[in-house]
Design a protein around this ligand. Structure first.
Ligand code: ATP
Length: 325
């Protein structure tokens, strides 16, 4: 892998826009992305939210209507030739010869792209396929085929990998294989940008996430920050009112959850669950449950898209209507 500074962004876009059908279909609507170098970054959004279109623009496969993009510090598409060898990508399922082995398929590809044949063994090792390298690809599981696809993107030893929905159609074993492969690539210092509409997948594999809705960025940050519940704890304790009073007297923020539990927070810091247990116990109030509060990404996503929908609805209801004269 060639060396670049570890600081800075791997990918950034500013006000990126792409429409189809002469502007009738807005696929990407002013997208701002900032993908840090290193780690797994997920583009998370429902089907049709513009993820594939954005990734294709970054790779020079589609031309944006407007906006700017940078990949590893180079403006694209203008400087794509300078940077493309440092990027590996899967944007649609690659085709392999089913009656040839994984090794032979990659050896052909390596020759085509001018990479030494010795690289083939290395990349098969990196995706955990070394033991099955001599088997025909036709006998591979979907997860293995996808790992072979990932191996093909590694031939040139790129520092940035872009995978569009790499886990689509995989069974749980295949999901696990591909997830583990992405994790190990990131742990080895590469940046992996992966699109997904699967919240659980993102939760399990990504370090950072950009949540996309209708072609725009809704929110981005560390997965743990978006899901961490803000360092709050959830307590089930009776009588609830008395417990809430004790907690508030000790400067905790307390809010009721829909299921009758109390969600306990502290402004600017995380709540120590054992401190809450001790405090309540000292007032002879004994929790029957005490857990760290976690928002699911789905909750975050739904609340963000609902908020966006609400804003759009309010905006359109406040837009002055034209008056025919
Ligand atoms: N070549 C095209 N011609 C016309 N419309 C297109 C084209 N490519 C994408 N679109 C439209 O642009 C919008 C965004 O599609 P895109 O494939 O980028 O979304 P996505 O988030 O990747 O969705 P998915 O998860 O289903 O792949 C959709 O409404 C899609 O129908």
């Amino acid at each position: 892998m060639s060396t670049t500074p570890l600081s800075g962004l791997a990918v950034s876009t500013h006000d990126l826009r792409k429409t189809f059908r002469h502007g009738a279909n807005v696929a990407v609507a002013g997208l701002d992305l900032a993908v840090p170098r290193g780690g797994v970054h997920a583009l998370l959004g429902p089907n049709g939210s513009g993820k594939t279109t954005a990734l294709r623009m970054l790779l020079g496969l589609l031309r944006p209507d407007s906006g700017t993009m940078e990949v590893l510090g180079h403006t694209v598409p203008d400087e794509l030739p300078q940077v493309i060898d440092r990027v590996g990508a899967i944007v649609e399922s690659p085709k392999f010869f089913p009656t040839m082995s994984g090794h032979t398929n990659l050896a052909l590809l390596a020759r085509a792209v001018g990479v030494p044949a010795t690289r083939v063994g290395e990349v098969l090792e990196q995706v955990g396929l070394a033991a099955r390298a001599r088997d025909d690809v036709g006998r591979y599981s979907l997860g293995m085929k996808q790992r072979l696809a990932i191996a093909s993107t590694l031939l040139k030893d790129p520092e940035l990998l872009i995978f569009d929905e790499p886990t689509n159609g995989l069974d749980p074993a295949g999901l696990h294989e591909v997830r583990t492969t992405m994790r190990s690539l990131a742990d080895a210092g590469r940046t992996v940008v992966v699109s997904s509409h699967l919240l659980a997948e993102v939760q399990q594999v990504a370090d950072t996430v950009s949540i996309i809705g209708r072609g725009r960025l809704l929110r981005s940050g560390h997965v743990s920050e978006l899901l961490g519940g803000g360092g709050r704890v959830r307590v089930v304790v009776k009588p609830t009112d008395a417990a809430a009073r004790v907690l508030m007297d000790a400067s905790y923020e307390v809010s009721p959850a829909a299921d009758g539990a109390l969600v306990v927070g502290r402004p600017g810091s995380s709540v120590d669950p054992s401190a809450v247990a001790r405090l309540l116990g000292s007032a002879d109030l004994w929790p029957s449950e005490l857990t760290v509060a976690v928002d699911s990404l789905e909750q975050v996503f739904l609340s963000l898209t609902e908020r966006e929908h609400l804003a759009a609805t309010q905006h359109s209801s406040h837009t002055p209507q034209g008056v025919a004269s």
